[in-house]
Design a protein around this ligand. Structure first.
Ligand code: UDP
Length: 356
């Protein structure tokens, strides 16, 4: 069996790393990796391939740094060529980026089966590019690997039984990764902080493209940083926007460049709380038994909020501070919400036994 895996952005490298490692146990499965180039910096891309020992991409398409339309269009065209040459049995896609959507469209129009990992997640906010990408990808996928029961429910309420695709509750590959990499974590060099700290990341368009939201989040972080250190590995998009808008952050916030996964796991494991608008980091906080304040108005990981491991605060500085000081988080982190670390095996077993 031949699989073409299409990745392009940081969270996809992290998920694909786990599945590719598991694939090595299946000698009859050949994996060809395509990197679209959506993320291309050394610390947003190469470091993950190196650290997680992901096989070098056979195809590097170099399509990044463009508008949504240009990027998606060029990816479809280039991925189509790869698929025509490689003739895979499956195209494997992850999550909700433009690379996910482009690969799904290119494959489905060539009648190549698409398997979507992280299917069924919804924010119900159609202004998010990620929401558009996931809905369309799910609709053309043959196998929809859902990390949670809520994701299956979302697909069923959208009419899954009338589609060609089949959904499976696989669990979450990010939990597999978190369990595997915990003992390999490395403290970032020259971090220069001791004692408790809050770990924060901010990169979602809904925050970075709205000056009042971004400023309000930073107002809260500045206030928190007067008492507790705040470490902020800064996404290049956020860094550019801060520079463009002339937002000056004080030295109390420890801004660092984006880190590799082994450093990131160390930061998550050692922080006292996570404050983020990232999708993946909300779950990693839970895997490492850390409370999470989410700087968004909605989340795809509703079970974290329902069980009080996570609280949604949006971008209001007052709300962020009130939640930080007063919210009672659950400490029952042993709850099995994401399958317990067997997702990659479940996914590959389903793929290899699936009949048309
Ligand atoms: N991450 C990382 N280094 C960083 C920031 C994040 O390795 O400097 C990891 C993080 O731990 C998670 C993934 O990147 O596994 C999340 O990616 P991101 O927040 O970019 O995307 P999202 O999950 O929101 O789609």
């Amino acid at each position: 069996m031949k699989i073409v895996t299409v990745v392009g952005a940081r969270p996809q490298f992290i998920k694909a790393g786990t599945v590719s490692r598991e694939l090595l146990n299946y000698p009859n499965v050949e994996e060809v990796i395509v990197h679209t180039g959506q993320h291309y910096d050394q610390n947003m891309s190469d470091i993950f391939f190196e650290e997680m020992k992901i096989p070098k991409p056979t195809y590097s398409l170099g399509i990044g740094g463009k508008s949504h339309g240009a990027m998606t269009g060029q990816m479809i065209e280039s991925i189509e060529k790869v698929l025509v040459d490689e003739k895979p049995d499956w195209v494997l896609v992850y999550g909700d980026t433009n690379s996910t959507l482009a690969a799904s469209l290119a494959a489905s129009k060539l009648h190549i089966k698409v398997a979507h990992i992280e299917a069924g997640l919804r924010s119900f906010n159609m202004k998010m590019p990620e929401e558009i990408n996931r809905i369309l990808t799910d609709r053309v996928s043959s196998l929809l690997f859902c990390p949670t029961r809520a994701a299956i429910d979302n697909l069923e309420s959208e009419g899954l039984s009338f589609w060609d695709g089949e959904a499976f509750l696989s669990g979450d590959v990010m939990q597999d990764g978190a369990l595997f990499y915990k003992s390999l974590a490395i403290k970032p060099k020259n971090l220069g902080i001791e004692g408790p700290f809050i770990l924060s990341t901010i990169h979602r368009a809904e925050n970075t493209d709205d000056q009042s939201r971004l400023r309000s989040i930073f107002t809260a972080l500045e206030k928190l940083a007067l008492d507790t250190q705040v470490v902020l590995p800064l996404h290049p998009r956020t860094r550019n926007i801060i520079a463009n808008w002339g937002i000056n952050l004080s030295k109390n916030i420890k801004i660092i460049d984006p880190v590799g996964y082994l450093n990131m796991v160390w930061l998550i494991d050692h922080c006292k709380l996570v404050m983020t608008d990232s999708g993946g980091l909300q779950k990693e906080a839970f895997f490492f038994a850390k409370p999470c304040i989410t700087l968004r108005d909605e989340t795809e990981w509703v079970e974290l909020v329902e069980n009080k491991f996570n609280v949604l605060v949006g971008a209001s500085s007052e709300k962020i501070l009130t939640c930080y000081h007063n919210f009672h988080f659950s400490s029952d982190f042993k709850m099995n919400l994401y399958g317990g670390g067997h997702a990659a095996k479940n996914i590959i077993n389903t793929l290899v036994t699936y009949e048309n």
